[in-house]
Write a protein that binds this ligand. Structure first.
Ligand SMILES: Cc1ncc(C[n+]2csc(CCOP(=O)(O)OP(=O)(O)O)c2C)c(N)n1
Ligand SMILES: [Mg+2]
Length: 484
């Protein structure tokens, strides 16, 4: 026992010589049985070690070892009591807070035993599972939310058909994510800026973008705010504080943080919300954005629509973590997982997140679990990579619109009659909007080259000249509704 203690002692002392005296201090603290004079002697030696320029390190080591072995030999029983257990915890005062030391070689697990829970208010039958009165949902608000969800559904059906008929080149539906769109919009203030991905047309609808404005953008006519420069579904509105859709996946998340930081500097009583899919959360931009927002304490809500798929890539092929919600903690951002097919859960979570973002000047992360119930876009056939049964079960069992309707019907705020009137009214408005948008002229050729540079560069001017020459040469093939 004594010899093992001696070798332990040698090891510690040699270690201390190599590094510094602080490593030896805990050793001394534990040998409380050692007499004071022994300790003083020891301290003296340690003290000398901290003045290396005056002493030969080798001599010092030898002297220390000799002294130590001497008193260890005469205090075998004391040595028996040298620490074999963990020393008491010490803390390292490190930037960000104190860190406790541990002698345990233990890795933090990459997975929790249980997945993060999902906040919900209404069950599948539209029945509240909590006391709903505190949410203070008025009839007016509930009906506006519901009717906008239905409008969004009808809009998706009709524009999707218009693409299939060849009248517009592309379309992308929100089907399955109506609650996320409308309920999150309802919880925001119009002064809050929105940085969307592309599956959030309902947020714009809720803010007051008209069916005609949607149609103008889809047809890329002269009333499209993007002047026909972008593909259909790239909506945007200055007036409604809705930044133009960024379909370059993930980029809007960074833009949102920059905007939120500027709002913070201007001390605005508002926040930013940015939407992105699970695929968006797999981009490098997402990580850079959340980290930057955390460090700068930017008032931004990161709203992730985890709908299970990034085109044909399922979430299992994107990440091994428990979804996106757990990443908030890694970046020091409060986060919550919500049932994205429960309008009241989405509404109350965003309302609370907005309050936190503004009052506490902090980013907040929300992960809404949902399912992309439609194809990715009109360029996709999702039955090639997922089963029809899977799609159907989500469409019927977890339908967010049906669920919310059940609740407002129970409240006596909605009826079959109101439903059919609303649907037919929206269908008529859409038919009209499509006809009007289709008839309008396209933006003039000049618009193709402006808006990006203050002074157009040489190559752009050359391209314009070349295009105009081609148009002249093939005038008979040039469409009559695009002014030259
Ligand atoms: C930077 C970039 N990479 C790839 C694409 C091609 N792309 C378009 S949508 C998409 C999937 C995005 O999935 P997700 O973020 O989950 O949104 P969802 O379509 O499911 O709503 C991909 C990979 C792109 N537009 N931009
Ligand atoms: Mg997705």
């Amino acid at each position: 026992m004594a010899s093992s203690c001696l070798s332990k002692s040698k090891k510690l002392i040699t270690h201390s010589l190599k590094y510094n005296k602080s490593f030896l201090s805990p050793f001394i603290n534990h040998t409380s049985i050692i007499t004071n004079s022994q300790l003083n002697h020891h301290h003296h030696l340690i003290h000398s070690i901290s003045s290396p320029p005056l002493l030969d390190q080798k001599k010092l080591a030898t002297s220390l070892l000799t002294t130590s072995s001497r008193w260890l030999q005469t205090a075998t029983s004391a040595a028996d009591q040298l620490p074999t257990e963990d020393p008491p915890q010490q803390e390292l005062d490190f930037p960000g807070g104190k860190v406790k030391f541990t002698p345990q070689l233990k890795f933090i697990s990459g997975t929790d035993e249980e997945r993060a829970p999902c906040y919900r208010v209404l069950n599948e039958n539209g029945e509240p599972i909590i006391d709903i009165e505190s949410l203070k949902i008025t009839k007016e608000l509930a009906v506006k939310m519901y009717t906008d969800m239905v409008t969004l559904q009808v809009m998706d059906t009709i524009f999707y058909e218009a693409q299939r008929q060849g009248r517009i080149s592309f379309y992308l539906t929100v089907i399955g994510e109506e609650a996320i769109n409308i309920a999150s919009a309802a919880a925001l203030n119009i002064n809050d800026y929105v940085f969307p991905q592309y599956r959030e047309a309902g947020v714009l609808l809720y803010r007051g973008f008209t069916l005609q404005q949607f149609a103008h953008q889809l047809f890329g006519n002269k009333y499209d705010y993007g002047k026909g420069k972008q593909m259909p579904i790239h909506y945007g509105s200055n007036k409604l504080n809705y930044f133009t859709v960024a379909s370059t996946v993930g980029t809007q998340v960074l833009h949102a943080v920059g905007a939120a930081y500027s709002m913070k500097m201007d001390k605005q009583d508002a926040c930013v919300i940015t939407y992105f899919g699970d695929g968006g959360s797999s981009t490098a931009d997402f990580h850079a954005a959340v980290n930057f927002a955390a460090v700068r304490e930017a008032p931004v809500i990161f709203f992730c629509r985890n709908n299970g798929w990034a085109i044909s890539t399922p979430v299992n092929d994107q990440f091994r973590s428990d979804g996106i919600v757990v990443r908030g903690k890694a970046y020091g951002v409060p986060s919550i997982r919500v049932d994205g097919n429960d309008a009241l859960a989405v509404y109350s979570a965003v309302q609370e997140a907005r309050k936190m973002a503004i009052e506490q000047q902090t980013p907040v992360l929300i992960e809404a679990l949902t399912y992309r119930a439609g194809h990715h876009s009109t360029s996709d056939d999702s039955t090639k990579y997922r089963s029809v049964d899977e799609i159907e079960s989500w469409r019927s069992d977890q339908n967010p619109v049906k669920r919310f309707r059940k609740w407002i019907e129970t409240k006596g705020w909605w009826s079959d009659k109101a439903e059919s009137e609303h649907r037919s009214n929206i269908r008529k408005q859409l038919a009209q909007a499509i006809q009007t948008a289709e008839r309008e002229d396209k933006p003039p050729v000049a618009d193709l080259f402006n808006d990006v540079y203050d002074v157009p560069p040489k190559n752009l001017k050359q391209q314009e000249t070349s295009l105009r020459k081609t148009i002249k040469k093939h005038a008979h093939e040039y469409p009559s509704n695009v002014p030259v």
